[in-house]
Design a protein. Structure first.
Lengths: 488, 100
């Protein structure tokens, strides 16, 4: 699902896409933002609740120091200014918030004015990253799951009061691929600084997209729609493309989009209208009188800066430098995203071919836990592959076993009876196949590129049959080409 | 009374707070709310050039607690106070519209 950043679906002639993203991230603190209830996903409903997060009269919130620290760490990693901040009440009636208000930050957020640089080089401004509490979870019962037809709703307040950071980008994103790259990079940063597990599918990272279009080259901001219910990167990309086209069609037909919230309908691949923005947004924010301001001391900010781990961009650069140009940008991005860059760099330091080591690890999605794979083991495996002792397919199988704690690659390969036929043995088989298939061989030597490719497949297949799969396809191809060149 | 708040505005605020009033009550409330704003305007008229903005009467900042789990309430006790309960959860009437 990656797709090369920068390759964007074309919008209608003369139109430019303008996207800003609002990303809510649950912080992985032990407790909630304003009370000592456990912040834990998946517990029995309403077991992590207390007078504060139930909004019972007389209860008073006290800020979780770790939540503030996490939010500031993220802010500094995004290049934000760390500021004095004030908590405010966002007033509304909805059963997911028993107090009838959500505590958030309004005009004085913890982090402002940052930036996020995408792997491709494009920079997206960060307007703010503020702290707020999550809401409870409502489940609509009856009416086929549709909100408007439901018979009643059930509410679980375990999630009410869980600390969130909302990261609001500037409308600097110009395409669906860029939007996905932004979310991927933000997720990599969140994982690197260790403040959230940032799982879109489980809802600990939630993305809303503000989408509008404008004539290419202009800098106006036209009516935007906020798209909700985007639960995967794929949904994010599809929703942006759909919504942008809807706007282009409206403007082109002399109409204008209505400013509103819309929902992404994954099954039907379209957005549907939700709440109109015109009569909403009357939240009557005011400072929460129960909470005093946050005023981070300069030393606190300096200590956070000093303790920040290497960020994804720097780690990609380090990996590229160690790889001496042999590690592809895509492999580097994937490895850093999954936290496997350390393993690959250590394997390179232990003598592994950088390109093969990176590709072997980056391509292996089946492995869930890489802890048992040591850099030395990986380097030994890569050496076996580059020297031709193992085929690429065999190498993947050995790696899978290494990840399951199987030990060193040569022992695994021997146990499995893996040994790529190489050198003289392989050359002898190739020569035999050539002599047994004289007609195919002369057509291979005389044919054009297409013919050659077709016959190479046939001849390689014959070699594979003769060696019962113990030959490396790439090595066979090299031998065939060499024999054709030296043909009298 | 300066009439800073109209009856329609009072009705709007009442709707946001899910309160229902008669027209007479709205007129009375509009007058009272206007008086509150008049008072705010009086304060606003003072010269506060040399006074630092305060967000709170207490001279306190950074009041926090350690990130340590404390016992939560017993669920049965919590749900016993709810008008309607189902399957360990609060049961509420169907919600028209979506969460903000
Ligand atoms: Zn609580």
């Amino acid at each position: 699902m990656s797709g090369a950043p920068g390759r964007e679906a074309a919008l209608g002639d003369g139109w430019e896409l303008v996207v800003g993203l609002e990303v809510h991230v649950e912080l992985s603190t032990a407790t909630k933002l304003f009370c000592g209830c456990a912040n834990r996903f998946g517990d029995e409903p309403n077991t992590n609740v207390c007078p504060v997060c139930l909004g019972l009269p007389g209860s008073l919130p006290v800020v979780n120091a770790a939540a503030v620290d996490f939010a500031m760490r993220l802010g500094r990693a995004l290049g934000c200014e760390a500021r004095g901040a004030v908590f405010a009440r966002k007033n509304y009636f909805y059963p997911d918030m028993p107090k009838a208000y959500q505590i958030s930050q309004y005009d004085q957020p913890t982090n402002t004015d940052g930036r996020l640089e995408l792997p491709g080089g494009h920079t997206v401004g960060i307007e703010r990253a503020h702290i707020e509490e999550d809401t409870g979870k409502t489940t609509h019962i009856g009416g086929g799951g549709r909100i408007h037809d439901a018979d009643y709703a059930l509410v679980d307040y375990n999630r009410a009061g869980v600390p969130l950071v909302e990261i609001v980008s500037r409308p600097d994103i110009r395409g669906a691929e860029q939007a996905r790259a932004y979310v991927r990079e933000l997720r990599a940063i969140l994982l690197a600084v260790g403040v959230s597990d940032a799982r879109m599918e489980e809802g600990s990272m939630r993305v809303d997209a503000n989408v509008s279009v404008r004539p290419a080259g202009s800098d106006e901001l036209r009516t935007r729609c906020e798209i909700k219910n985007l639960s995967s990167l794929r949904a994010l990309g599809r929703a942006i493309v759909y919504e942008a086209q809807r706007h282009v069609d409206l403007w082109s037909g002399g109409e204008r989009p209505r400013q509103e919230t819309r929902h992404w309908d994954e099954a039907n691949g379209r957005t549907t209208p939700g709440r109109s923005k015109e009569d909403a947004d009357d939240y009557r924010y005011f400072q929460d009188p129960d909470l005093v301001p946050l005023a981070p001391a300069a030393e606190t900010v300096a200590a956070i800066d000093a303790a920040l781990p290497p960020l994804p961009a720097a780690r990609r650069a380090d990996l590229a430098a160690d790889g001496g140009g042999a590690v592809s940008a895509e492999d580097a991005a994937l490895l850093v995203e999954r936290g496997q860059d350390g393993l690959v760099r250590a394997a390179i330091a232990a003598g592994a071919d950088p390109g093969v080591a990176a590709t072997r690890v980056a391509n292996d999605l089946a492995v869930e836990d890489w802890a048992p794979v040591t850099p030395e083991g990986l380097a030994a495996l890569v050496a076996m592959e580059t020297s031709g002792r193992l085929t690429a397919t065999q190498s993947k199988q050995v790696l899978a076993e290494m990840a399951e704690g199987g030990g060193f690659p040569d022992a695994i390969a021997e146990r499995r009876g893996f040994q790529a036929m190489a050198g003289d043995d392989l050359a002898a088989v190739v020569d035999q196949v050539i002599s047994e298939n004289a007609e195919a061989w002369s057509r291979f030597c005389a044919g054009d590129e297409a013919e050659r490719k077709k016959l190479a497949g046939f001849l390689t297949g014959q070699v594979m049959r003769a060696t019962r799969g113990q030959a490396d396809g790439a090595a066979v191809n090299r031998l065939l080409a060499a024999r054709a060149r030296s043909r009298p | 009374m300066s009439g800073r708040i109209t009856r329609d505005e009072a009705a709007h605020v009442a709707r946001l707070a899910r309160l229902r009033f008669s027209d007479e009550e709205l007129d009375e409330l509009a007058a009272q709310l206007s008086a509150v704003l008049d008072h705010a305007a009086d304060v606003e008229a003072l010269d506060v050039t040399d006074i630092a903005p305060t967000s709170h009467p207490h001279p306190l900042v950074n009041v926090t607690r350690a990130d340590e789990v404390r016992p939560s309430l017993d669920r049965d006790e919590v749900l016993a106070q709810a008008p309607s309960v189902d399957d360990g959860q609060f049961r509420v009437p169907p919600i028209l519209g979506e969460a903000p």
